[in-house]
Design a protein around this ligand. Structure first.
Ligand code: ADE
Length: 241
């Protein structure tokens, strides 16, 4: 998977992505990252890429031409890529969207700053507008890293067998069950007895119930979308009582 990021702060993206699992995957050639600073494409090379908004109001707006020139330089004669503009006005990111984007061979991401980006360049180049949640950050770089990380770990080979999560939050539509490792007792809290029983079926049932309980407690709306069997429904009924 090739990521191309159009940003005023390439070092932020590079530092973040070169760290840990995604950094290792880049070394292995499974992921690549190209950051393009569209300040280098400012009008007449003056370094200014923003201007006052038409119609007035606070803040500045990123101009269309520098972003478009940077985009064109990156795309060259290649096909029009999928380009995600990170914005709180986009559809909200989730695991399903990460899985969908991970199927692309190449993904472009545009990070905005200040009050926004001239709508006309977005109409021209953006195929998607994505928000990472209902809050406003100072720029699109952290959202881009969030999206890139979630997408990258879906790319085959990026996670080792040990890391790869068949059983993780959202994979089955539920929040993940709690995990424990040694020591057996920590600050008077023992590991749940069942996990030491070696009884795989009962452990699986206990974990499923813990997933159901957590989801019911903090994200009950997720339960609407999950396929529940008889044992699940009985357990949920017992919680409601
Ligand atoms: N830029 C600023 N805030 C954002 C958010 N919540 N999601 C995506 N991009 C953003």
């Amino acid at each position: 998977m090739r990521f191309t990021v159009l940003t005023l702060f390439p070092e932020m993206i590079e530092q973040g992505f070169q760290t840990s699992i995604t950094g290792r995957a880049m070394e292995k050639g499974l992921l690549s990252l190209r950051c393009i600073n569209f300040r280098a494409y400012s009008d007449g090379g003056n370094g200014y890429v923003d201007d006052y908004p038409y119609g007035g109001g606070a803040g500045m707006v990123l101009q269309a031409p520098p972003i478009y020139r940077a985009y064109q330089a990156a795309v060259g004669d290649g096909p029009r890529p999928r380009l995600v503009y990170m914005t709180p006005q986009g559809r909200v990111f989730n695991q399903g969207l990460a899985q969908e984007l991970a199927k692309e061979e190449e993904l472009y991401i545009l990070c905005g700053h200040y009050e926004g980006v001239d709508e006309r360049v977005l109409e021209e180049i953006a195929t998607d507008r994505i928000s990472i949640g209902d809050y406003v950050l100072t720029g699109g770089e952290l959202p881009a890293l969030v999206l890139m990380d979630a997408v990258a770990r879906m790319v085959p080979g990026v996670l080792s067998n040990q890391e790869s999560g068949g059983e993780e939050s959202f994979m089955n539509g539920l929040l993940e069950y709690p995990q424990y490792t040694r020591p057996e007792v920590f600050m008077d809290r023992p590991v749940p007895e069942i996990l030491k029983s070696g009884h795989h079926a009962r452990i699986a049932r206990w974990r499923r119930n813990e997933s159901l309980r957590r989801t019911w407690e903090v994200r009950p709306e997720l339960l609407e979308e999950v396929e529940l069997d008889k044992a699940d429904r009985e357990y949920l009924d017992s919680l409601r009582e």
